[in-house]
Design a protein around this ligand. Structure first.
Ligand code: AMP
Ligand code: ZN
Length: 473
């Protein structure tokens, strides 16, 4: 079976293009990761899931050992300083705690671990090296302990976001600072007060600006120019524009990455997610609390709900969509024969299976067409209702990172937790109903059945007179 060409929509050219890696034996992708000052919200989950699907697809096409996926951890940022101060804990404590929850969240969402997860604080030397190059080549200047990127020194600035300098100036809320030569110039390095984290540098003790972090980490792990750079659509300007300016000017390259990919935004029940609207929800809350729709959700449900919309479209995150995703997974789980080894969430078993040629071409075509996951999910859905082998289904599920075993385990854990909490009362109601049935009091028997149904318990009367119970929520 021939492998379809992977097509990617490139924000840089605003076109869908054939993907041609610089070196097929070393395919390189960078995705901007979290700033670890607070738990990641469900909007942040979108790039995590989308680029995980791409990572799996690239591993399938080029071989797992030929793909490097770098997703950074921003652990130096003013938001981190402020939050640590507010909570009265050290910066280290805050970033460690937040990162731990982040790692657990992405694991629950079925994402493979990236090849490297570099931390900004471990790449200060590379940041300083890039800034020194920029100063030496006339693209940056030091003033008052700050170093700024000189935007007008780069004629192609604005290429990714397609804005001219004049338009940017007209539209932007620029903070005018006395040490800036031009209004659009942005900070590469800034001085730190004694109580702020800081590193020694040629410009005094200070800390990096946000954009330089990604230029340094992508350079350290992927080189001067690499294949794919990803993130949410909000990062196009200024973050990615500035990353490009820094890296291209420091290394004298025309391109930082050949393909720029951006996921669309997520809103909640038709509204922009925000703390003030009260619809802000974290991945952690969806997984472990009853904040959204009055109940918790498994990571597999969240993942499927995310993949049923194309990554470039806006997505509306609703309770209804999660319920639909769960119904679908429950059906798949019921028909899937688990005698076939399930796909491990670490991707190892998946990779082994993926080397085979069994994946249906329609499925590959859909994923290869700029990650058309909604179409891929429809094909998968159809495959579950057609004659097929479980092995093929396993492979298709694996490519999308959907682990039905994990889903089954989470359902089981949820049911157990429910019965631990409410088991006594459920058993008492079942006994009372059995007594009502024995005395042919059908009205009372039905009433109790309804009461249990309202609690989310479905009863099944068996031929031998026993009654089984099942959590239906
Ligand atoms: P941040 O921590 O805000 O830098 O965001 C981390 C990643 O999540 C970036 O790739 C953002 O573009 C992405 N992101 C943030 N909010 C949303 C949202 N509501 N919908 C989709 N992606 C988002
Ligand atoms: Zn970045």
């Amino acid at each position: 079976m021939s492998t379809p060409a992977l097509k990617i929509y490139n924000t840089l050219t605003r076109k869908k293009e054939d993907f041609r890696p610089i070196d097929p034996a070393n395919v390189r992708m960078y995705v901007c990761g979290p700033t670890v000052y607070d738990y990641a919200h469900i909007g942040n989950a979108r790039p995590l899931i989308v680029f995980d699907v791409l990572f799996r697809l690239l591993r399938h096409l080029y071989g797992p050992e030929h793909v490097i996926y770098v997703r950074n951890i921003t652990d130096v940022d003013d938001k981190i300083n402020a939050r640590a101060f507010e909570r009265g804990i050290s910066i280290r404590e805050l970033t460690e705690e937040t990162n731990k929850v982040f790692q657990a969240d992405v694991c629950a969402l079925g994402c493979l671990e990236p090849t490297v997860q570099p931390r900004a604080t471990e790449h200060i030397a590379q940041m300083i090296a890039i800034i020194e190059r920029l100063i030496a080549s006339g693209h940056a200047y030091a003033a008052d302990g700050h170093v700024l990127f000189d935007v007008p020194s780069m004629p192609s600035y604005g290429r990714l976001s397609r804005r001219s300098l004049d338009e940017m100036l007209a539209g932007a809320r620029v903070d005018v600072a006395p040490y800036k030569r031009g209004d659009m110039d942005f900070v590469l390095w800034k001085p730190s007060k004694e109580n702020e984290p800081g590193w020694d540098s040629p410009w005094g003790r200070g800390r990096p600006g946000w954009h330089i972090e990604c230029s340094a980490m992508s350079w350290a792990h992927l080189g001067e120019t690499f294949d794919i750079h990803g993130g949410g659509i909000d990062l196009v300007f200024p973050h990615h524009e500035n990353e490009i300016a820094q890296s291209c000017c420091a290394f004298g390259r025309e391109l930082m990455a050949n393909y720029w990919m951006h996921n669309g935004f997520l809103q909640v029940e038709g509204e922009k997610m925000s703390k003030s609207l009260g619809n802000f929800v974290t991945i952690h809350e969806l997984l472990h609390t009853e904040k959204f729709g009055g109940r918790s959700w498994s990571g597999e449900v969240l993942r499927l709900a995310m993949l049923r919309t194309h990554y470039r479209q806006p997505i509306d995150w609703t309770v209804k969509a999660l319920e639909e995703a769960e119904t679908k997974l429950t059906y798949w789980m019921t028909v899937m024969d688990f005698s076939v080894a399930p796909l491990g969430s670490d991707g190892r078993i998946a990779d082994q299976l993926l080397r085979s040629d069994e994946v249906p071409s329609t499925y590959m075509d859909a994923l290869s067409d700029d990650l058309n996951t909604p179409l891929a999910m429809q094909i998968l859905d159809r495959a579950f209702s057609e004659p097929r082998t479980d092995r093929v289904l396993s492979i298709m599920l694996g490519l999308s990172g959907i682990d039905l075993n994990a889903f089954r385990a989470s359902r089981h854990a949820r049911d157990q937790a429910f019965f631990e909490k409410h088991g006594d009362i459920v058993d008492r109601l079942i006994s009372a109903r059995n007594a009502a049935r024995a005395s042919k009091n059908w009205a009372e028997s039905d009433r109790i059945r309804d009461e249990l149904a309202a609690m989310g318990i479905a009863l099944k009367d068996k031929k031998d007179g026993a009654t089984s119970r099942e959590v239906k929520r």
